[in-house]
Design a binder for this molecule. Structure first.
Ligand code: G3H
Ligand code: 13P
Ligand code: NA
Ligand code: ZN
Length: 328
């Protein structure tokens, strides 16, 4: 059934677990997420980015998610719009039937330029007002995703700040977070703790100086009743990185957010964990390997099934590690 993010995360908070929010662009991702949820009895957040809408088209995305709800009616599903850059974009998603939207006012309408605190409060507050009227939940973001090693957002294309960010922009301030939540009324708050979107998050396995799990604890101590969201939470599996490179890929050395660190965040108020890159890597690795192992094969369903299986493996592992399993 389609439910709001608020409903889902309230349950998660009550029972002390986190919910992975997987980005969806196509049928294979959707099936991987749902088959794994079905097997582990997990509630699901599926989220669509602006890039996903551009790739699949809004009606296809909408019906892809609705089809999942129809096929697995016993699984609670939140249909979330990821990184909306304006109230108008959030409004369109609400009209499309999304049960949750993210107003990312930490960046301007170009999705790149860091904004002022006042601007962020104003656009987020407006979206909360319009969304709550129709039972839709809202995620806001305070602070900019980006690397504490380099000050860069991480991704060359897609969602992320442009230019170099300073330390105060890269770490959400607990006092400001409390003020932001009070002024906007958001249901969930995305925070900046040194993660960034994409595969190139850390040049070495992260330690506390570049992945600030401690900051989550400080924010949670200040606003214990606010559901926290971690973006850029892919773990960048070393085994999939190796498979990609073994079968003709050329990805550089890189590290993601260890699953154990996310589990630690979940102990301190993190309820929604955004993951896109891990499914992309599993999918690409599986397809590269399939082509190498089966050079005569030309039926796309064969290699796409391999991709679905690989992505499903990631989903199963996250539902288990985050305590989502058993809570559908
Ligand atoms: O927010 C970032 C997600 O990974 C979405 O990426 O904009 O390429 O769909 P995308
Ligand atoms: P990753 O790139 O780490 O998967 O993050 C995805 C994300 O935060 C989507 O909003
Ligand atoms: Na989001
Ligand atoms: Zn994000």
């Amino acid at each position: 059934a389609l439910i709001s993010m608020r409903q889902m995360l309230d349950h998660a908070a009550e029972h002390g677990y986190g919910v992975p929010a997987f980005n969806v662009n196509n049928l294979e991702q959707m099936r991987a997420i749902m088959e794994a949820a079905d097997e582990t009895d997990s509630p699901v957040i599926v989220q669509a980015s602006a890039g996903a809408r551009k790739y699949a088209g809004a009606p296809f995305l909408r019906h892809l998610i609705l089809s999942a709800i129809e096929e697995w009616p016993h699984i609670p599903v939140c249909m979330h719009q990821d990184h909306g850059t304006s109230p108008a974009i959030c409004q369109r998603s609400i009209q499309l039937g999304f049960s949750s939207v993210m107003m990312d006012g930490s960046l301007g309408t170009d999705g790149k330029t860091p904004t002022s605190y006042e601007y962020n409060v104003e656009v987020t507050r407006r979206v909360v007002e319009m969304s709550h009227d129709c039972g839709v939940s809202v995620e806001g973001e305070l602070g900019c995703l980006g690397s504490l090693e380099t000050g860069q957002a991480g991704e060359e294309d897609g969602v992320g700040a442009e230019g170099t960010l300073d330390h105060s922009q890269l770490l959400t301030d607990p006092e400001e977070a409390a003020d932001f939540v009070k002024k906007t009324g958001v249901d969930a708050l995305a925070i900046a703790i040194g993660t960034s979107h994409g595969a190139y998050k850390f040049t070495r396995p992260p330690t506390g100086d570049i992945l600030a799990i401690q900051r989550i604890k400080e924010i949670n101590a200040r606003i214990p009743n606010t559901h926290l969201v971690m973006h850029g939470s892919s773990s960048v599996p070393q085994e999939w990185l190796a498979i990609i490179n073994q079968f003709g890929g050329d990805m550089g050395e890189t590290y993601g957010v260890p699953v154990e660190e996310i589990a630690e965040g979940i102990k301190h108020g993190v309820r929604k964990v955004n993951i896109d890159t891990d499914l992309r890597m599993a999918s690409t690795g599986a397809i590269r390997k399939f082509f190498a192992d089966n050079p005569k094969e030309f039926d796309p369903r064969k290699y796409l099934a391999a991709a679905t299986k690989a992505m499903k493996g990631i989903c199963l592992a996250r539902y288990e590690a985050f305590g989502t399993a058993g809570n559908a």
